[in-house]
Design a protein around this ligand. Structure first.
Ligand code: PEP
Length: 260
């Protein structure tokens, strides 16, 4: 599949925000304001909002997602939610290995891999996050970190992985207002695509959607999306603001066509 067949994906990560009323209001505003979007759109909402947002989004192309899952199918794992339960609740996407989970909940590459396998086995579409911290960037470790994080995704059956999306989210750019420059993002994306090609071959890597995440907003989305290896965005803070998120969805960049 050639690069222009990678349909852009704009995914919102609501994180631990919004009560039920606010979730419904935001979902309604997105559904009503979406219009004709070239990009695929998803919202990854708190577990508690999945049902109500799913109800609002009925009949809309906006896809529903979650922000985490547990790798076991069922059992005595108090507080956890399985891939099957997310699918049953109406989720299509699930974020895996967000840097906040890696940092605050000590998720290792091994845990990310287990979650990825569980999501794929259940038929959920995974958005796996990778990215370096500021300290790692300053120590010139960015590519080593990305290589290690991509390696953790290796050795699975390529056919099973067809729904995989990877989000490059430099940790120093998340929620900080500091965005990677389009050139920095492109450099990292190309590195990730090549690293994936090393494990799964060039065709697979060329078809893989790579999102950028880290202080994406209406003001920077167009220049980010002009980069050839950026296939969309994972948006945190600005996904809670309907006007901004809709503008991000309707980014202006060289046309891409087709769908995955
Ligand atoms: C995120 O949480 O995935 C994210 C990119 O956050 P923000 O857009 O707020 O930096």
């Amino acid at each position: 599949m050639s690069a222009n067949l990678r349909r852009p994906l704009i995914a919102g990560n609501w994180k631990m925000n919004l009560d039920l009323r606010q979730s419904v209001e935001l979902a309604r505003a997105l559904k009503d304001g979406l219009g004709q979007a070239g990009a695929e759109v998803a919202v990854c909402v708190p577990f508690t909002s999945i049902a109500v947002v799913g109800e609002v989004l009925k009949g809309s192309p906006i896809r529903l997602g979650a922000q985490d899952l547990h790798w076991e199918k069922e059992g005595a794992y108090t507080g956890e939610v399985s891939a099957g339960q997310l699918l049953d609740a109406g989720c299509r996407y699930v974020i895996i290995g967000h840097s906040e989970r890696r940092r605050y909940f000590h998720e290792s590459d091994e845990v990310v891999r287990k979650k990825l396998k569980a999501a794929l086995a259940a038929g959920l579409w995974p958005i796996v996050c990778v990215g370096e911290t500021l300290e790692e960037r300053e120590r010139q470790q960015t590519f080593n970190v990305l290589k290690r994080q991509v390696e953790a995704l290796a050795g699975l059956a390529p056919a099973e992985l067809s729904s995989l999306v990877i989000a490059y989210e430099p940790v120093w750019a998340i929620g900080t207002g500091k965005t990677a420059t389009p050139e920095q993002a492109q450099e990292a994306h190309l590195f990730i695509r090549n690293a994936v090609a090393g494990h799964y071959g060039k065709d697979f890597a060329q078809a893989l959607r790579l999102l950028y995440g880290g202080s994406v907003k209406a003001e920077n989305i167009d220049s980010l999306m002009a980069q050839p290896d950026l296939d969309g965005a994972l948006v945190g803070g600005e996904s809670l603001k309907p006007v901004s998120f809709l503008r991000i969805i309707h980014f202006q960049a060289p046309a891409r066509s087709g769908a995955r």
